[in-house]
Write a protein that binds this ligand. Structure first.
Ligand SMILES: *Cc1c(COP(=O)(O)O)cnc(C)c1O
Length: 428
């Protein structure tokens, strides 16, 4: 069922690519390019498939909104029953605007400021996942000042080896900046018992993104189970076991889809043994495949023995190819029937690292053609920048035969809105 929703969400009719029931070309003509387009049906489907796989275990899904914090996507996921995982005060603010309440929100991140902790406590978030002893001390002080008790999870670094496509998305091995080393957590939990404004109610891990096998979940959960047992003996009452995100996404044709039943089989028994509620924080699993980036071909050129397609989108819209060496399928919205060619697809930014694909066999395209860059709904728009004074792209949501611009394209005025033309100088 899932595959069919994904397969029909971005399918061809009469040679032209549609986003659900709307031609990609119609969206590009109406919203301009570059534009991110998200399919509501794909998001609904992925949420339902995961919930369905986890029905046997008490759980709550908290969407990791750093993958895509668009208000329309947040509202849609909220309407399906999702909570949210935030990693900054800005995300907390966006989550609340999209209607999430305190109990829907988990606050994580390795470098929370005192101000962010204060905001999280004021909102009454469900869990603050603490990553160090120093942060725990700061949280105690902030909670005391506010006269509240902070609901705390320890983010554990379980020291598991992770196989995934890029070192930057592995987070749960020794030597990473994330989490409390698993062999220090018990001592920290014991010392936390003297902190009156800290209530340790959860354990958390997030071992990485785009996990190729279930082994890291299994190994990490083993570590968390051992720890939970000793913590319980030491008097803690753990209500939540948060296993983070990391469910993989198929970026290339033929990449395997995650086996959610197998995932549930690994996770559910471990959680039941710990007698706790499961929290999962998928990010890209919900949003990546829901999105495509539409871009126009500006020029073709040959240089140094290479063929280039120069598009009106590049690293400023989609950083993943240059930052993670990531693969995104690129096709023409309406192939012209000529033989496929091998090209570099590059953007207009003045950087050699500004590419979307290198040495790629793809549809032969010419200036004016519309490119569809697939699986760009996660870590796309949220990582975009204004480098080269490029206004940020528009975002569109499609639902059946309707579509809406849910984030307007930035204007030149937006680029300079915060600039002080006549700054007020102060004496030191
Ligand atoms: C990034 C992140 C996630 C989401 O990761 P995905 O690979 O997008 O599922 C979940 N939890 C935490 C703590 C994260 O940092």
């Amino acid at each position: 069922m899932g595959e069919s929703v994904l397969a029909t969400a971005f399918a061809r009719r009469g040679g032209a690519l549609f986003c659900e029931d709307v031609p990609a070309d119609a969206i590009a003509r109406s919203a301009g390019t570059p534009t991110f387009v998200y399919s509501a049906a794909v998001i609904r489907d992925s949420y339902r498939r995961l919930s369905c796989a986890l029905t046997g275990v008490k759980h709550r899904v908290h969407y990791a909104m750093k993958a895509n914090g668009n208000r329309a996507i947040l509202s849609l996921l909220r309407s399906l029953g999702s909570g949210v995982d935030v990693v900054s005060g800005g995300e907390l603010f966006r989550a609340q605007r999209a209607g999430f309440k305190g109990h829907d929100i988990i606050f994580g991140g390795v470098g929370k400021t005192g101000q962010e902790l204060r905001e999280a406590l004021k909102v009454g978030v469900k869990l603050i996942n603490v990553e160090s002893e120093a942060e725990l001390q700061l949280l105690e002080a902030v909670a005391r000042e506010l006269g509240v008790v902070a609901p705390v999870g320890f983010r554990i670094n379980p020291d598991v080896t992770v196989e995934n496509p890029h070192a930057y998305i592995a987070t749960g091995s020794k030597g990473h900046k994330f989490g409390i080393p698993h062999d220090e957590a018990l001592a920290l939990a014991k010392s936390a018992r003297s902190l009156e404004h800290i209530d340790l109610i959860g354990l958390d891990m997030h071992v990485g993104s785009q996990l190729a096998t279930l082994e890291p979940y299994r190994a990490g959960l083993d570590r968390l189970s051992d720890l939970a047992a000793s913590l319980t003996v030491a008097g803690a009452h753990l209500r939540y076991i948060d296993i983070g995100g990391g469910l993989p996404v198929a970026y290339d044709n033929g990449d395997p889809e995650p086996d959610l039943e197998a995932f549930a089989t690994v996770v559910a028994p471990a959680i039941k043994k710990m007698n706790a509620e499961l929290i999962v924080e998928p990010g890209r699993f919900f949003s990546a495949a829901s999105g495509v980036l539409l871009a126009r071909v500006l020029y073709r050129k040959r240089s140094g023995g290479k063929d280039y397609v120069i598009a009106d989108a590049g690293m400023t819209e989609l950083l993943r190819p240059s930052h993670y060496d990531a693969y995104h399928l690129i096709e023409s919205a309406k192939p012209n029937g000529r033989d496929r060619t091998v090209v570099d697809v590059v953007g207009p930014v003045c950087e050699s690292g500004d590419f979307l694909a290198q040495d790629r066999e793809m549809d032969d395209v010419e200036p004016g053609d519309l490119l569809v860059i697939h699986t760009t709904g996660a870590y796309g728009y949220v990582m975009s920048s204004n480098y080269n004074a490029r206004p940020k792209a528009a975002e569109v949501m499609v639902d059946g035969a309707r579509f809406a611009i849910v984030t307007a394209r930035e204007s030149y005025d937006d680029l300079v809105r915060l600039e002080q033309a006549d700054p007020e100088w102060r004496d030191a």
